[in-house]
Write a protein that binds this ligand. Structure first.
Ligand code: FES
Length: 191
């Protein structure tokens, strides 16, 4: 059965996945020259900005649609406004749900119902870019892995070997702020 999807095109995603596959399979915190601030993984205290927002306005929970497709975002150093977008491994997905609909573990990492995950699929590194609205699942267009964002982005279906790493969030002065490092290694499995 084919599911109704929303998201970016498959080719763009594949191109990104191929690029990532060229020796950039894994992302422990030190891969691909992460010495510069724009390539560093998100850090505690970072603000979040929409991926396509040149004004760099820090996001609040209300900026993330409720029960809807994810918002693409980057972390931003609050001091000098460096957006950590030099590595696609830092691409983030933000989603918002009523807190009561999140599992306890997801609630513990959420800020006002907003949860954050890596956009990099744990299977082969494509970008998880599709949203299956009637199932409220994230979907990877490369091999159809499905992830449940209300339950720690656990794998619901498909070949992905593990959940999407989560990025803990907190609320500071009404803004979404990174509360700690990713819960596990960002990247995919070497085959
Ligand atoms: S790369 Fe995502 S399911 Fe294969």
């Amino acid at each position: 059965m084919r599911r109704a999807r929303s998201g970016v095109g498959r080719r763009a995603v594949l191109e990104g996945g191929i690029g990532l596959g060229l020796g950039l399979c894994l992302a422990p915190s030190l891969v691909i020259g992460q010495s510069d601030a724009a390539s560093m993984l998100p850090k505690e205290g970072d603000l979040l900005v929409k991926a396509d927002d040149s004004s760099l306005r820090p996001l609040t929970p209300d900026d993330v649609p409720l029960n809807a497709a994810p918002t693409s975002a980057w972390a931003m150093d609050p001091a000098d406004k460096t957006v950590r977008r030099a590595s696609r491994l830092n691409a983030l997905l933000l989603l918002r749900f009523p807190p009561s609909r999140l599992t306890a573990r997801s609630q513990s990492r959420a800020a006002d119902g907003v949860v954050a995950y890596t956009a990099i699929c744990t299977h082969s590194g494509c970008e998880v870019s599709d949203w299956i609205a009637d199932q409220e699942t994230l979907s990877c267009p490369c091999h159809d892995s499905l992830f449940d964002p209300k339950d720690d982005a656990r794998v619901v279906d498909g070949p992905a070997p593990r959940m999407l790493p989560a990025l803990p969030l907190k609320l500071v002065d009404g803004k979404l702020v990174v509360g700690g490092p990713f819960t596990s290694r960002v990247g995919f499995e070497r085959i």
